[in-house]
Write a protein that binds this ligand. Sequence first.
Ligand SMILES: *Cc1c(COP(=O)(O)O)cnc(C)c1O
Length: 809
Amino acid sequence: MTEKTMNKNHINNKIDEVISRYWNIAPKFATDIQIYRALCIVMREILLEKRYNFKQEIDTNQKKQVYYMCMEFLIGKSLKNNLFNLNLENEVSESLKKYNVNLDDLYKIEKDPGLGNGGLGRLAACFLDSLATQNYPVTGFSIKYEFGLFKQKIIEGWQTELPDDWLSTSDIWLVPRTEERVVVNFDGEIKEEWTNEGLIIKHINTTEVEAIPYDVMISGYQSKGVSLLRLWEARSLKSIDMNLFSQGEYIKALSEDSMAEAISKILYPADNHSEGKILRIKQQYFLVSASAQNIVNDHYKKYNTLDNFCDKVAIHINDTHPALIIPELMRIFMDEYFCPWDKAWYMVTNSVSYTNHTVLQEALETLEIETIKTKLPRIYSIIQEINQRFMHDVSNKYSGKMDKANQMSLFSYGKINMANISIVGSHSINGVAKLHSEILKNTIFKNFYEYNPNKFTNITNGITHRRWLNQANPELKNLINDLIGTSYYLNPENLSLLKKYKDNEDVLLKIDEIKYNNKLKLTDYIYKKNNIIVDPDSIFDIQAKRLHEYKRQLLNILRIISIIIDITEGKTDNVLPETFIFAAKAAPSYYRAKEIIHLICTLSDFINANSVIKEYINVVFIENYSVSLAEIIIPAGEISEQISLAGKEASGTGNMKFMLNGALTLGTYDGANIEILEQVGKENFFLFGMQDYEVEKLWRNGYNSVTYYQQNKKIRKIIDFLNKGINGKSFESISKYLLGVESVGDPYMCFADFEDYMNVHYKTSQIYYNNKMKWNQMSLINIASAGIFSSDRTVKEYSKKIWNIEPIE
Ligand SMILES: *Cc1c(COP(=O)(O)O)cnc(C)c1O
């Protein structure tokens, strides 16, 4: 039975059957959780069958497939997405009446699988949806972290971290494929041995870790495509070391065991920051080794040859985290399939492609040579040889100029440079927005670009509009469907049909009303969670994203403090009602970021205890930012704060989600903001701040934040305010950070952009409060211009330009 022929009675029969089979009870005794699980099992069965049929078509047509390697997939909740994509929401709603529950209650039971930190992992999840919808064959590979990204709880204004046990409900979507397990080897030494195949290399005395795959199916929207997300779990191969056990070392026998399994225990919680921890490196190798074995073995089983490997396989590494797949594939080709080096290298470089996600120095990965030598000796020897051969080629091309070659080496200062491996070992490297891709070519990868310009390209990020508009904002969806039909579901560029309503007052009022309703929903949520009453008639100004210095939540805060100062001084002529909403997780070890959260929470408490200030503005910090929370927050946004220091935000995707939901972007000339600006025109975008070259120039000339402090009275007052303390808490360390007592002050140049930021906000509120129809029109134009930022467009570009794959007819 497929989703097309399912009706309410079928679904009831299936649910009843699962309930009696799994729990041995009559359906009328089932709890909500049991009904939730039973429904998920029914959906899982449909998806399995659908995936099976899709795979049959891929296999019989011998189609090229893409394997998307990523340490993170932030997929969000599955039940709603699957019901929506299978077009079963109505049938299921009907069938649930029998059990006296409704779908919304069941949706609430599911916990977000938090298998990602932020934008990078969410991008990977959007890709799986868009690829399935367009019938492209894809398998995503990642790790089945037992604990995803921590749950954030604010206690006395500070972030605390709690474990996230997503498996307690979302395990239901995982299908174990125990029979496809593989073994991943660590430690040991390498030994050369003469055999019939000639000189071969063996990796001996290893620590073996078993990798067990669990599959999650992600259906396309009304398509036959189903994407597979394969998550690896680490298990100790021997459940207990009998040797140690019989020597009486029981505890040791157990702890060896748990070391192996630690590999899939937790997701590292730092976004845009690399620490080079040994466990993280083990996770990376575990992912790529298990996946590469899976890919090559499957290919060989199917075709009985590797000769056509790069005609049938595209392997994408999302950032450098899975870059070790390059030497790992070399190992498999040479040591297990006895390919000569040149053939193996040809197959690797013609199948692998790489996306860079950041130019931030602290995020570029380097691995300690010593660690790789001891943990992965064979991989180390392969990287050495890759480098030797590459250095040879480079110095040939530059006729012996060794300085050029040295700059491009895979090794420097005792470290292995992962970006360099990724470039050398792949046929394509792309940035994620136009500006970002230019910066890659002109700065951090300049030498590589000059060496091989054809490898470099741009593919601007996207989001799945079906989750971020159709599912997250049902009222807006209904309005759009009434106006232009539903063709935009599969052809997002058709959203532009909305433009013909830009002067239609009824439509503009309707957009206004929908926004208001979404604000009311968020207002309720804030009241429940924070016990704060915010004014839904005030403008909702939202900054929701990871907390990071470069994203400049602090610039937003400087403005808030400046408004507070104006109000307390009685200068309220230009103060208009405004609700500032923040949501952000900080990496647990990132003290500066946590301190900024503390400042936001303290300002929130301060304002809510002050009846005068509260009349004008409010500040709310909503805890535990996640996909599900984003789905509540974003439809209520009016101002989308995208205020990173120019040149630092590779693309951003939050900016696209807000735009799609009718928020107006107030942002810098950075990442995909620039492309949003191009789409909507500068009259529908609030641009401010320096451009990236101005930032560079100011930095080169020696940025001195103190001069801004001396010249700008507002900034002086803000610093005084921080020094005086808020609610008896001192924030002197933040003013020191801004003025540079211990190091360069204000490294992300909030002061340099402050004045411009204040001014652009003034323009914003003038339109909002004096010309709401104009605002609504700007909002409509933003929605109508968002089609190009659908990940449907993004994955089509990857498929054509990089992967060379076609949809299954
Ligand atoms: C989209 C998204 C992000 C990325 O937001 P940016 O503003 O692009 O940094 C991060 N976290 C979650 C939960 C998201 O949905």
